[in-house]
Design a protein around this ligand. Structure first.
Ligand SMILES: Cc1cc2nc3c(=O)[nH]c(=O)nc-3n(C[C@H](O)[C@H](O)[C@H](O)COP(=O)(O)OP(=O)(O)OC[C@H]3O[C@@H](n4cnc5c(N)ncnc54)[C@H](O)[C@@H]3O)c2cc1C
Length: 148
């Protein structure tokens, strides 16, 4: 097996194909990682969420990291790590960005399901407030493992 660095364009192409990433945030020296669906376009990663721990933490410390991978086998995989800054997209000032995020995210089947159903299970409230955010990317690196 050989492991090579992916160049920036390969990383970007990989993120355009991807849909699930592990989003890491950090507060008071404590990291917190959760899987989320995302949509990428240079230089932003868009996510639909609801209010909870990750949002509360990212509002305080907007420096975040996301890891995305495709694992075909133990010796054939790709992994991309993105660093960036959390930007919440509240209404009404970010109405255009929210529409754009929705357009990108809805290319995935039932794109809203995980964000909203997860919250629904924890609350009696019938109406759950959707919350859009994006990560302004500052660096992207990638590694690719291939068979010899
Ligand atoms: C495949 C997949 C796709 C998902 N896509 C999205 C998405 O697009 N948007 C979205 O908002 N959420 C998504 N989720 C759910 C997401 O991973 C979080 O569970 C959810 O967003 C709640 O996070 P929170 O910080 O608001 O947690 P809170 O509801 O505030 O949770 C409090 C505590 O619950 C625990 N917890 C929360 N989430 C998880 C978890 N995933 N695994 C284990 N323990 C947990 C943690 O200990 C945390 O401290 C997805 C999950 C999966 C598996």
């Amino acid at each position: 097996m050989i492991i090579n660095a992916m160049n920036e364009q390969e990383c970007r192409d990989f993120l355009l194909r991807g849909s699930i990433g592990r989003l890491a945030c950090c507060l008071d020296g404590q990291p917190y990682v959760v899987p989320v669906y995302f949509a990428y376009e240079p230089d932003y990663i868009y996510v639909l969420s609801t209010l909870g721990q990750k949002i509360k933490w990212m509002r305080i410390n907007p420096k975040v990291c996301m890891q995305v991978d495709e694992i075909a086998s133990q010796s054939r995989w790709e992994s991309v790590v993105v660093n960036g800054t959390y930007e919440e997209l509240p209404e009404p000032q970010y109405a255009a960005e929210r529409t754009h995020a929705r357009t990108l995210l809805q290319k995935q089947y039932r794109w809203w399901l995980n964000a909203l159903a997860e919250r629904q299970a924890k609350t009696d409230e019938a109406m759950i407030e959707p919350l859009f955010f994006r990560i302004h990317t500052s660096s992207i690196t990638g590694l690719r493992a291939e068979d010899d």
